[in-house]
Design a binder for this molecule. Structure first.
Ligand SMILES: [Zn+2]
Length: 54
């Protein structure tokens, strides 16, 4: 398997689609742990935190 360093645990800071309401009015939250493959985001529209993998 190839490993692209440009995608290592770094997703977009904003504009990630909310899995609940499909809004892209979201912000990235700070990770709470050593999760290398996921990031925390928060939806401003439905006020729900969610995780994004990959
Ligand atoms: Zn939402």
């Amino acid at each position: 398997m190839r490993f692209d360093p440009s995608t290592r645990g770094e997703g977009p800071e904003t504009g990630v689609e909310c899995p609940y309401c499909e809004s892209t009015n979201t912000v990235r939250d700070h990770p709470k742990g050593p999760g290398l493959c996921r990031s925390m985001h928060y939806c401003e529209d439905c006020e729900q935190p969610f995780e994004r993998f990959g």
